[in-house]
Design a protein. Structure first.
Length: 310
């Protein structure tokens, strides 16, 4: 176990069950957050692994962790993000999947429910394909199915087209934590629902020292990974060979709280038609972020995760 200095806003939401681990992987150490159950006496401990999105971190799962006091939750910062930002390239879904597998093996987790949000859902699929014995079932939250790029958008412009200001911020610096709060309070998907979980998510994202604080995600990691969300060979192979039980949650609004969402009706029909065993679950009154960051999103995911853990 390692120690990690966390902002007070993060400590207040991760709670006393939380600890940090450093897991040896190719090129260095992967940072992993672990929430242990409150009471493990006389019972097998159910475990789930939580994989975050493309410019996020493991702190995006704090609300879900708070709602599952009896479950062990393993949540890595993916390579190039959070406190794993200094792990070197290459990135990509196979590398992320192998990093997650290394974390599970390091922690002695033999078989687990895998929950992935956004890009984390793509990583979850590739993890199930490359390390099938580690995976019990998949919960894919507003991600996992290849995206349709907007018409006329070149590959190198995908990040800006899909993520908008969430991608632009990676090349920005901020003079203070409060200035970064102001940036996110203007974001249409997160600003209106600002609470302790959003503040912790935002605060953990900052690295460096004032007056040159910066977001933790490496721009090179974003650029390399986002292409695989459209036509990555490893994702296509994982979908072709999918045999684990899989539930796909889709949000009604997108990354800027907009309609159409990341997966409009045509995309939903396409993937449920191609994958008849895929269970699709619409999530109500959330956007791409609040499906995991907000209590109303977590409340809708919980029954399905509890079913998988039973």
């Amino acid at each position: 176990m390692s120690t990690l200095t966390l902002p007070e806003s993060v400590r207040s939401v991760v709670g006393p069950r939380y600890r940090s681990e450093r897991v040896p992987v190719e090129g260095g150490d992967l940072h992993v957050g672990v929430w242990e159950p409150e009471d493990t006496a006389g019972a097998d401990v159910p475990t789930a692994v939580l994989i975050h999105g493309i410019t996020a971190s493991h702190v995006s799962w704090a609300a879900l962790a708070q709602a599952l006091p009896g479950v062990r939750l393993v949540a890595p910062d993916l390579r190039g993000r959070g406190r794993s930002r200094d792990l070197p390239a290459p990135y990509g879904m196979p590398r992320h999947a192998d990093d997650v597998a290394a974390a599970l093996e390091h922690l002695g987790v033999r078989r687990t429910v895998v929950v992935g949000h956004s890009m984390g859902a793509f990583v979850a699929l590739v993890l199930a394909d490359r390390h099938p014995d580690l995976v019990r079932s998949l919960l894919l939250v507003d991600g996992g199915m290849p995206l349709l790029p907007p018409p006329g958008v070149a590959p190198e412009d995908m990040a800006a087209a899909v993520l908008g200001p969430a991608a632009d911020r990676l090349r920005m610096t901020f003079p203070s934590r409060e200035a970064y709060h102001d940036f996110w309070r203007e974001h249409p998907a997160l600003g209106p629902g600002w609470d302790a979980f959003v503040e912790a998510y935002v605060d953990y994202d900052l690295v460096g020292e004032a007056p040159r604080l910066q977001p933790s995600t490496r721009p090179a990691a974003l650029a390399e990974d986002i292409r695989e969300l459209v036509d990555g060979d490893s994702v296509e192979q994982a979908l072709e060979g999918l045999h684990h039980p899989a539930t796909w949650f889709v949000a009604p609004r997108g990354l800027l709280d907009e309609v159409p969402p990341l997966y409009p009706d045509g995309a939903r029909d396409r993937w449920t038609g191609r994958l008849p065993d895929l269970r699709m679950v619409p999530v109500e009154d959330v956007n791409h972020y609040t499906v995991v960051l907000a209590e109303r999103g977590v409340r809708q995911l919980l029954p399905h995760l509890e079913e998988g853990l039973a």
